[in-house]
Design a binder for this molecule. Structure first.
Ligand code: FA5
Length: 338
């Protein structure tokens, strides 16, 4: 075997080591390695030619090829580790997140003060044994008025300015209206079940009232109705005293003033003492026998008391707010104070 042949393995090794050293990327390194050790690589070719040599030469050249291969593999591994580390560093830098940016914190909303007050009022009544019920805001004349002892020509219809609903054809519906109070649910409840009955009815009501500090054209009421044997005005007063204490504190003073509602007899209005004056909170009374008769209850067997409380008025007292209109202006500076 010629010295030139012996030197061939070392030449290939030297060229491979130089190419490996010069590789700037992992791709270039792969190329340099394949040029020596790949299927068509130079060392691979020399190795293939070993078969044609006699045994002594084959052993000698074979050893030279192996030494060269190990040198190339070692250089490749060392260079690969270096290039891989560099590659990782560049990738990490490119994909880095700046965790020092101010976070976008979620904005938490809160219940509207009227809604929150309504929930507390309902809770207090549930605590006194009442069951929650609701009814429609678009109501029939019969439930809103007639069932409540207010016939068509009754002067009490003028007590509230009713908003009537037109039929879809644009003509007057004659019968449909936006309920002016939560009282129509009294008859709905009594028609559904026999006495005894204790219900609390939260909901929105509508009147053609001009907005002022204590009136809104759309507001909320909670109706209370209790029908049972042997109920009296004393039960009504006790219930309302407990209720107002639960909402406004244990020292709350209330007073009952005689009043008139067609669907209660006797009737009263209840005021709470607030900031040096009495504030009207609700209307109430003993359910009129005609109302019980309308729904098939026997006034000889059962009596009832009923009351309708203004939710906005209660929210006003609880939060010391002077003007109801603040509740509907949707000024976030006002609403986020609760
Ligand atoms: C009624 O609506 C009767 N249905 C209450 C009732 C129920 C009496 C059961 C007897 C038995 P009145 O119109 O007074 O009554 O309204 C009741 C309460 O709603 C008032 O005391 C007041 O707190 C509130 N309220 C009335 N009008 C307005 C308004 N425009 N804006 C805000 N709150 C109002």
């Amino acid at each position: 075997m010629s010295a030139a042949t012996m030197g061939a393995a070392e030449d290939v090794r030297d060229r491979a080591l130089a190419a490996i050293d010069a590789a700037r990327t992992l791709d270039q390194l792969d190329e340099a390695k394949a040029a020596a050790l790949g299927k068509k690589g130079e060392l691979t070719r020399i190795q293939r030619e070993l078969g044609a040599l006699d045994p002594a030469q084959r052993r000698e050249l074979g050893a030279a090829v192996n030494t060269a291969r190990e040198a190339v593999l070692a250089a490749d591994a060392a260079r690969r580790a270096l290039l891989q580390a560099e590659h990782d560093r560049v990738t990490l830098a490119a994909e880095a997140l700046d965790v020092t940016l101010p976070a976008r914190t979620p904005k938490h909303g809160s219940l509207h003060p009227v809604h929150e007050t309504m929930e507390l009022m309902v809770d207090a009544l549930v605590g006194l044994g009442f069951t929650v019920m609701t009814g429609p805001e678009v109501e029939s004349d019969w439930f809103n008025f007639q069932a409540l002892n207010i016939p068509a020509d009754h002067p009490a219809r003028a007590m509230t300015d009713t908003i009537y609903v037109r039929g879809l054809d644009g003509g007057a519906s004659g019968d449909l209206l936006l309920r002016t109070h939560t009282s129509p649910v009294q008859a709905r409840a009594m028609l559904r079940q026999p006495p005894p009955l204790y219900i609390a009815v939260p909901g929105r009501v509508y009147r053609q009232d001009t907005p002022d500090a204590t009136h809104l054209p759309a507001f909320h009421q909670i109706e209370g109705l209790a029908v049972d044997a042997n109920l009296s005005m004393a039960d009504l007063r006790g219930t309302l005293a407990e209720f107002t204490r639960a909402l406004l504190g244990p020292d709350t003073k209330i007073r009952l003033r005689p009043s008139y509602f067609p669907f209660t007899e006797p009737s009263c209005e209840v005021d709470a003492w607030h900031e040096g004056r009495w504030m009207e909170l609700l209307g109430a009374g003993m359910v009129h026998p005609n109302v019980l008769n309308h729904v098939g209850y026997d006034p000889e067997q059962v009596q009832g008391f009923a009351f309708g409380i203004g939710v906005e008025r209660m929210a006003m007292l609880r939060h010391g707010i002077a003007d109801l209109r603040l509740f509907i202006e949707n000024d976030l500076r006002f609403l986020s104070a609760f």
